[in-house]
Write a protein that binds this ligand. Structure first.
Ligand code: ZN
Length: 228
């Protein structure tokens, strides 16, 4: 909207402000419950509940900012990818739709893709948000024959550019610093770790949950701001 002033922390020129430096910022953390799901029946039960919750909210989904939004992310073995791009498969899908819970669906341990997770991804009423989330969805579509038209996918970089009225290429950690005023502890070694491993380490679990939570949180902040 013309003439509206952004709070300084959201302004794209805020680099010039004497604001908190990145080093002074607290690290972002997720304090809710992390549910690691390693079998397809349990995954389907959880997704069925999420779908029901979405249906219960359906009368309110006609605004510009659909209220049923999930932070969405996926992980795979990056090193495997560089050896043979075609063989890289998604090992983990992360979903967050509240302050309370993040679900980690460990596909690497499942024999087939959970039916209800497929429905959740394909359901246009459930908005999937994240940085480069289209790439994650595309990869899943190719691997598991899902159909997603893309209308229910919101890239956080694009949303940030719209709300902040700028034109930048955003990473999740830059958005976290700029919008939430928090550092995102990015550990390259964890990002590039083996997500196909039968037992994920506690660092992998924490990292994966945080990515989905931060995506959800960023969406809420950006969408809320645009409503005020
Ligand atoms: Zn991630």
């Amino acid at each position: 909207m013309p003439g509206r002033r952004l709070p300084t922390w959201m302004s794209s020129e805020s680099e010039n402000d004497p604001k908190m430096s990145e080093a002074e910022m607290k690290p972002m953390e997720f304090c809710g419950k992390i549910v690691l799901v390693a079998n397809e029946n349990e995954a389907s039960l959880i997704c069925e509940e999420l779908l029901q919750e979405c249906r219960a909210q359906a009368p309110f989904t006609h605004s510009d900012w659909s209220p049923f939004v999930v932070g969405f992310d996926a992980e795979w073995d990056v090193n495997n990818y560089s050896r043979n791009p075609k063989s890289a498969v998604v090992d983990l899908v992360q979903v967050c739709c509240s302050e309370q819970t993040v679900y980690l669906f460990h596909l690497a341990r499942m024999n087939s893709f959970p039916v209800e997770l497929k429905r959740l991804i394909e359901n246009p009423q459930i908005v999937k948000t994240g940085v480069n989330v289209r790439g994650d969805i595309y990869r899943l579509q190719r691997q598991f024959n899902l159909s997603n038209k893309g209308s229910d996918v919101i890239d956080l970089g694009e949303l940030a550019n719209k709300v902040l009225k700028c034109n930048q290429t955003w990473s999740l950690d830059r958005l976290c610093v700029h919008v939430l005023n928090r550092q995102l502890p990015k550990t390259e070694s964890i990002r590039c770790s083996q997500w196909s491993e039968f037992n994920l380490s506690s660092d992998q679990i924490k990292y994966a949950a945080l990515d989905a939570y931060v995506s959800w949180k960023l969406y809420c902040d950006l969408a809320n701001y645009s409503k005020t």
